[in-house]
Write a protein that binds this ligand. Structure first.
Ligand code: TNX
Length: 525
């Protein structure tokens, strides 16, 4: 039976009648069928047992004692549940199973078949058990638990609401190990709080990488202590001539830590040898013949380059990578390498080869846009396919793995259609169904499953200036990319997915997310 009553009304119909009433909308509440809850990404297996479990004000979150990251996961769960429920949930370390009626998070070495990111979620009428082989799995299980609760759980003020979950068991694990999203903080700068908000959105859909595009022609956004003018000068402005900005190393560490607690690894990108005008204005000695000393606030690409024959360029790159590596617990540093239209190929190739060595000397693996495949790649390099399948093939032939970001399907900065208020359309218009309806394994015939590390939708920021612009382009496409990364292709179907997506609407309303109301989605109201 089908109801979805709005908040206070719901209370009334639930308390007074305790029966299901049809209101004509297509979600049932209280929920009884775990296997049909609108969770995104779709879990690999969900088995319902038809009962319910209600959160109570006197319950607590028990965590396996002695495991720091399990404690952190428990604290994270409490931070998600407390604001809306108003319950005083305590974090309780325990050595054995807790009494009935609580939530229990623990690691289980018997779950090796679920891999390092899988989880086992058991919702009983007597409590909730969430287990995983590794702490990462607990965080992804929490994302599921969050979506099994009514959307009102996203409220940042206390609501008097019966917090009811359907009972059953979910066993779930990802298709791809790399489920990233890229945010361009160079064309327009976004302050720490906005980046944290984006990280929160990513964590709702089980993403595990945040690639930050930290430098471009229009701005340099990360403090480098050995080359201070990069931010003093290069961070001063942005597209359109606004104020710009940059992250101090302290602020950057704060972002990295915020992401880590959500099992999201930050991958910093310094784009080179092209896309470097802001660095060249800050330090003209990095250019061959000096440079125009005006910062650039337009949106053209492909006009700048480091002088690859100058030794000082490699000293500079060495210092930048050293400082960045020290800020980066993750294994990758992204060196860009795209659209270096004014760097002759005979200079581009040795430059990329030398920069790869520098990254490797600092203990990190290299990531780069597909153009870097022109160079000889070092072992472990990852190439991000955005435009040229031929370049991706070159990378694969060298033994590299590929992250799939085909611009015509995966660019979040593309407009939905010609009426979209912001966005570009050089690659395509990408409606919500187009964004969802593709398979990384079949989109290019020369890129196959074993070559693919994962997927990543980039959000370039030429046309976006604030959080609501980010929301407009990311929602409702972002959840689809989360599902492509997590759920096997043979379990994905737009006709079914679009209803789960529509069910996110109330959640977005509660969260204040200003999504694009695409006509492709059967919204509930
Ligand atoms: C291409 S994708 C770029 C970016 C632009 C983007 C705009 C890539 C590696 N380079 O410099 O911001 O298009 O959609």
């Amino acid at each position: 039976m089908i109801i979805r009553c709005p908040g206070p009304l719901f209370q009334m119909c639930f308390l007074l009648t305790s029966v299901f009433i049809s209101t004509g909308c297509n979600q049932s509440y209280p929920p009884t069928d775990l296997a049909n809850e609108p969770v995104i990404p779709l879990p690999v297996t969900a088995v319902s047992d038809g009962n319910q479990f209600q959160l109570r004000h006197d319950m607590d979150v028990y965590v396996q004692s002695g495991e720091v990251q399990v404690m952190e996961a428990g604290a994270y769960l409490i931070s998600l549940l407390s604001p809306a429920t108003g319950f005083n949930l305590d974090l309780k370390p325990t050595e054995s199973r807790p009494p009935k009626g609580h939530i229990y998070l623990f690691l289980d070495p018997g779950l090796s078949d679920l891999g390092g990111e899988g989880y086992h979620l058991e919702i009983l009428d007597s409590g909730i058990n969430l287990s995983a082989l590794q702490p990462a799995g607990l965080i992804f299980g929490i994302a599921t638990l969050r979506q099994l609760l009514p959307p009102e759980i996203e409220s940042d003020t206390v609501l008097d609401f019966p917090w009811i979950l359907p009972t059953g068991t979910i066993r779930d694990y990802p298709e791809y190990e790399y489920r990233g999203a890229m945010l361009d903080v160079a064309r327009h700068f976004f302050p720490v709080d906005v980046v944290k908000q984006y990280i929160d959105y990513l964590s709702l859909y089980k993403f595990n990488r945040l690639h930050l595009h930290l430098s471009d022609d229009q701005g340099w956004r990360i403090e480098i202590k050995s080359w201070p003018r990069l931010t003093e000068i290069g961070g001063r402005t942005q597209v359109g001539g606004g104020e710009g900005g940059y992250y101090t190393q302290e602020q950057y560490r704060e972002i990295v830590e915020y992401a880590r607690l959500r099992q999201i690894v930050v991958i910093p990108e310094i784009d080179m040898p092209g896309h470097t005008h802001a660095a060249l204005v800050s330090y003209p000695e990095l250019a061959c013949n000096g440079t125009d000393l005006e910062l650039y606030t337009g949106i053209d690409v492909g006009f700048s380059t480091f002088c690859t024959s100058k030794e000082i360029v490699y000293e500079f790159v060495g210092d930048v990578i050293r400082e960045l590596a020290a800020l980066t617990p993750g294994e990758y540093i992204h060196i860009g390498g795209d659209e270096s239209h004014v760097t002759p190929m005979e200079d581009y190739i040795p430059f990329i080869e030398r920069v790869q060595q520098i990254v490797s000397q600092h203990g990190k693996k290299v990531m780069g846009w597909d153009e870097i495949a022109h160079a000889q790649l070092i072992p472990g390099a990852v190439v991000q396919y955005w435009e040229s399948a031929e370049n991706a093939s070159k990378a694969i032939a060298q033994g590299a793995r590929v992250v799939m970001s085909p611009a015509r399907k995966a660019y979040l900065d593309m407009q939905y259609d010609s009426t979209s208020r912001i966005g570009l359309h050089w690659a395509a218009y990408i409606e919500v169904d187009e964004a969802y309806n593709w398979d990384p394994q079949t989109i290019e015939k020369n890129i196959s499953r074993e070559d693919i590390l994962g997927i990543e939708p980039p959000l370039w920021s030429e046309t976006i200036t604030n959080l609501s612009d980010i929301e407009y382009l990311a929602f409702p496409r972002l959840p689809g990319y989360g599902e492509i990364g997590w759920t096997p292709a043979n379990q994905r179907d737009w006709e079914e997915y679009k209803h789960r997506l529509a069910a996110q609407q109330r959640r977005y309303d509660v969260m204040g997310i200003q999504y694009f109301p695409s006509r492709k989605v059967p919204w509930l109201n």
